[in-house]
Design a binder for this molecule. Structure first.
Ligand SMILES: [Zn+2]
Ligand SMILES: [Zn+2]
Length: 395
């Protein structure tokens, strides 16, 4: 095994320039969820160039792709996942160019030893992480059927074996009233903005009585056209977050009731549109996460303890949805100093920096070594499977 891991790391070192060119190209051309055409082309092109079989426009998403190595095929299947969408206005402030590059590098590293690997290795390009829940959409279309373990890395301001995470549901509401002259004929009007404000206030009241792990936050996206016109339409977007799926399902109807209260109090009609896909919390597969941490530690990275992770901030990712279907890991690698947080414009600069480059290359090596070890070690396979079964029982 040592010999295989060495060859993987050597291959990734040799491919470093090409890998970083891909990272910088995606970084310089940020694309929003579902529109990652350039990134998809660059990544699939890099795979095809090395003779790796890849198909794009898969599992209902035009910018998704699926590649498979020519391994021995006699064993479990491991999937390395790539994200490559960016954020509106602030580009790659979540550093998904590094996620894509790490996954590509891991695949290239594993490709060099494919004839010696049992099982199957796939690289799956998963668009639309920032909104739309691309992985959930792809999962429903069968993308992860037959996959025994899934892994990816995410950049951050520190090294962590997993990301503390919570669930999130997105909801848009539109209130429909009746316009009228706000001064001459106010009694003829039904004020849609009042509907939104009553709901907003009801949600503010609700916030006192939810768990510390829960969050409800929103913005008003339409508040009317002019002060002298009673708004006939008003709209708002909210995110509702909870620690796990059960808590989220319990919280959603309470928020729904606030929206309905807004309609009732203002005399409006309300349309409540919950997104078709909720993001679930991450069900970390610790046997795999620990092996990833060991490999990344071997590359010179210092990781947070589990206690430190538990007391850290919590974000949301559609990798959570994958992690409730099969053993999965979502470790974070430092690509920026500690005080720089993802989704801040500063993080976008670090995602294109030397520190970002190092995270992508270390990520590639640690992912590939973890994947190879998994395929070569039946004990790790059963440990991962057992931990997953236990987590489902507790879920
Ligand atoms: Zn993000
Ligand atoms: Zn992200």
């Amino acid at each position: 095994m040592e010999d295989i891991l060495d060859q993987i790391c050597r291959t990734i070192d040799e491919a470093a320039d090409a890998l970083l060119a891909v990272s910088h190209d995606i970084h310089a051309n940020p694309e929003l969820a579902f529109k990652e055409e350039h990134a998809c082309r660059v990544l699939t092109g890099a795979l095809a160039e090395r003779g790796i079989r890849v198909e794009s426009d898969v599992y209902t998403l035009p910018t998704a792709f699926d590649a498979e190595l020519e391994t021995r095929g006699d064993g479990p299947t491991v999937a390395v996942l790539a994200e490559y969408d960016a954020l509106p206005g602030i580009g790659h402030a979540c550093g998904h160019n590094l996620i894509a590059t790490a996954a590509l590098g891991a695949t290239i590293g594993l490709h060099a030893v494919q004839a010696r690997l049992p099982g199957r290795v796939r690289m799956i390009g998963t668009p639309a992480e920032e909104r739309g829940g691309g992985k959930e959409v792809m999962a429903r279309a069968g993308a992860f059927e037959g996959v025994d373990a899934a892994m990816m890395i995410h950049p951050a301001g520190f090294n962590m074996a997993t990301m503390p995470s919570i669930c999130v549901a997105e909801v848009s509401v539109i209130y429909h009233g009746r316009s009228a002259h706000a001064s001459a004929m106010p009694h003829k009007g039904v004020n849609a903005l009042d509907g939104v404000l009553l709901a907003y206030q009801a949600i503010s009241n609700l916030r006192q009585h939810i768990r510390p792990t829960e969050r409800i936050h929103g913005i008003i996206t339409d508040g009317g056209q002019a002060p002298n016109i009673v708004p006939e339409r008003a709209a708002a977007d909210f995110y509702v977050r909870a620690a796990n799926e059960r808590a989220l399902e319990a919280l959603k109807p309470r928020v729904q009731a606030c929206f309905e209260a807004g309609a009732k109090g203002s005399g409006c009609e309300v349309e409540v549109n919950w997104a078709g896909v909720d993001y679930l919390d991450i069900n970390t597969n610790w046997p795999l996460a620990e092996r990833f941490e060991a490999h990344a530690t071997g590359l010179g990275r210092a990781f947070m303890t589990r206690e430190e992770i538990e007391s850290s901030f919590a974000g949301s990712t559609d990798m959570g949805n994958v992690s409730h279907r099969l053993p999965s890991i979502h470790p974070m690698l430092a690509a920026a100093p500690r005080n720089v947080v993802i989704h801040h414009p500063d993080f976008a600069r670090w995602a294109g920096s030397e520190m970002g480059d190092q995270a992508a290359l270390d990520g590639a090596k640690a992912l590939a070594m973890t994947a190879a070890e998994y395929l070569l070690t039946p004990a790790l396979q059963s440990e991962a499977a057992r931990a997953f079964e236990v987590s489902k029982g507790l879920g």
